[in-house]
Design a protein around this ligand. Structure first.
Ligand SMILES: Cc1cc2nc3c(=O)[nH]c(=O)nc-3n(C[C@H](O)[C@H](O)[C@H](O)COP(=O)(O)O)c2cc1C
Length: 326
């Protein structure tokens, strides 16, 4: 009897879901959700802890964690209702795609595979790609970049799509997106393109608030430096000045400005001078004292992290590794 009840529940669930898809009139979607429901039924039936964990984490991804409530197409009550009856990743995927309003591409986007979600990231709209990438590649260092233009004077702005690409020569890269709404190049991009020179400053805990002010989209002739209460001093090699309050500054010369798409450039720069705040460099080792340095990292959105929690690991030699084996 118990078995019969369960079987009826499973069958009616599958039929129900297919019917709801049919109402939407999308065959591919129906197939996709049908497959997913098969998984859901299985998960209901087996009731295994692993599947439950998977169900919960996927629901969290779609419903609570990754996407802010206000951005859903559904009302809060409707979203709750959907989550309550969510039976597995399939539902979560549906929520993601419904939310983004691109059901048409749903079948191409995400497939159930093993215990992970597989995402065809190139098929997602740019904003969704950005969210996935920027919330996974964390924490990112922040470059506070100063540039100069004859027309508008000194400029400063932060960029977290930033990193070191190697030494000899020392190379840094910056990911520069255009201003929103087809408003054209950011001042930093335009100045790097036109002058080929800039200064990259690393941001520590003390500089965090001022860095944030420098991200305000002021008109080109308003100085972020003045607004943020920062001080400039002449650089040694390049024309753009450097920020006195920054713990580290790299004077850079452009090696190239790579246009990735109509709205994004990557600046590749060679470091021609480095400035280190007094007391940060250990002259014996030539390492920066990270406990004194206290750089911050960007997580995603408005979240940042401190970098005070260190731990040590040593890569063993092959011999050491073999000797360690039981
Ligand atoms: C922490 C942080 C990191 C940022 N990272 C980037 C980035 O990597 N690329 C980008 O195009 N904009 C980034 N921005 C936004 C720019 O700083 C912002 O658009 C700024 O106003 C550009 O100024 P500009 O027009 O003077 O160059 C970031 C903002 C903040 C607060």
């Amino acid at each position: 009897m118990k078995f019969l009840k369960r079987a009826v529940r499973i069958v009616s669930f599958c039929i129900g879901a297919k019917a709801s898809c049919a109402v939407r009139g999308d065959t591919n979607r129906r197939v996709g959700i049908g497959q997913a429901n098969a998984f859901s039924c299985l998960s209901n039936r087996s009731g295994s802890a692993a599947l439950e964990t998977r169900r919960r984490s996927t629901m969290k991804l779609a419903g609570e964690g990754l996407y802010p409530a206000g951005r859903f197409k559904y009302t809060r009550a409707e979203r709750r209702r959907r989550l309550r009856c969510a039976e597995g990743p399939a539902r979560a995927l549906r929520l993601i795609s419904d939310r983004a309003g691109f059901a048409r591409t749903q079948r191409r986007l995400i497939h159930l595979k093993g215990i992970s979600l597989e995402i065809d990231i190139n098929a997602l709209p740019a904003a969704e790609q950005y969210k996935l990438l920027s919330s996974t590649i964390v924490p990112r260092p922040i470059a506070l970049v100063t540039t100069y233009s004859e027309e508008h004077g000194d400029n400063a702005a932060p960029f977290s799509l930033f990193n070191l690409m190697g030494e000899d020569p020392p190379v840094l890269v910056l990911g520069l997106q255009d201003k929103p709404g087809r408003a054209g190049l950011k001042d930093t991009t335009r100045n790097i393109r036109d002058t080929g020179q800039y200064v990259v400053h690393l941001v520590d805990e003390d500089l965090a608030q001022a860095m944030n002010i420098c991200a305000v989209d002021f008109p080109s002739d308003t100085s972020e430096i003045t607004e943020a209460g920062l001080t400039l001093t002449p650089s040694s090699v390049v024309k753009p000045k450097r920020i006195v309050e920054a713990p580290i500054a790299f004077e850079c010369e452009k090696l190239g400005l790579l246009q990735i798409n109509a709205h994004r450039n990557i600046a590749i720069g060679k470091v021609v001078r480095m400035h280190v705040r007094d007391g940060l460099l250990d002259p014996a080792t030539n390492y920066i004292d990270t406990q004194k340095y206290r750089p911050i990292g960007r997580m995603f959105g408005r979240l940042y992290t401190r970098t005070r929690d260190h731990f040590e690991m040593i890569v063993p030699s092959p011999q050491e590794w073999i000797a360690r084996k039981p």
